[in-house]
Design a protein around this ligand. Sequence first.
Ligand SMILES: CC(=O)[C@@H](O)[C@H](O)COP(=O)(O)O
Ligand SMILES: NCC(=O)COP(=O)(O)O
Length: 260
Amino acid sequence: MPDNIAATPTKLSVNLNAVAFLRNRRDMPWPSVVDTARLVLDAGAHGITVHPRPDQRHIRFNDVHDLATLIAADYPEAEFNVEGYPSRDFLDLAMASRAHQVTLVPDDPGQSTSDHGWQVEQNQELLGSAIDALHANSQRVSLFVDVNAADVCAAGDVGADRIEFYTGPYAALFERSEHGGELGRLNDAAHAARQAGHNAQPGSRALTMNAGHDLTLSNLPALKEVVPDLAEVSIGHGITADALVMGFPEAVRRYLQVLS
Ligand SMILES: CC(=O)[C@@H](O)[C@H](O)COP(=O)(O)O
Ligand SMILES: NCC(=O)COP(=O)(O)O
């Protein structure tokens, strides 16, 4: 049974991995991730996401620093979200960047893209100590989780501020018009998130919800319908594909319209 929740606008964080991937085809500085960040933030995007991987095949570690500097200097209202596996190197990078949000993702180093969320209980120690370190550095922590109530509740218990639903399976099923069951699971997991969490607003126990992976202009409306209080989506591949046709400013405007 869906909760009776008022719809609120969802923030758009644009993931620049795909732009960095294109740049890295040549030993050239373009397309520039910093200039693209300016473009999308000027068009109204709420934030920038990057997911540096250990092999730096797209986002390089210096991109993280350059984007952090840009946002701090010129876009103080924007949110910087850095995603990755909580290795020592990643945590050092994320902490030095002072990213507003750090999203912990369970990918192993060789993985081509993210394809699952945390099994939170089994990784309690690793996640708990990473969350404590990031909190001590005044950074918000989100955990990338599969769409199930058990991991959502465990994320709240281990001290996460937010969860990010891994929407890859939803997006794949949407393409085949077979996403009804996944919407039901999203509804149940969102219900669990509204009951969970330890430190959101005073007087509230809700765990704030983000979502990401393979989200597009087409599959966002149905997701928003079952999670009307979705706080933020991070979108890279789909919005970059749209931007190749219509340009980033127009693509950002269209995504913001769907998310409003
Ligand atoms: C966690 C997540 O879903 C994204 O960060 C995604 O993994 C982007 O990474 P790639 O751009 O390397 O596919
Ligand atoms: N956290 C998900 C993300 O940043 C973007 O993933 P995608 O849109 O490139 O699949």
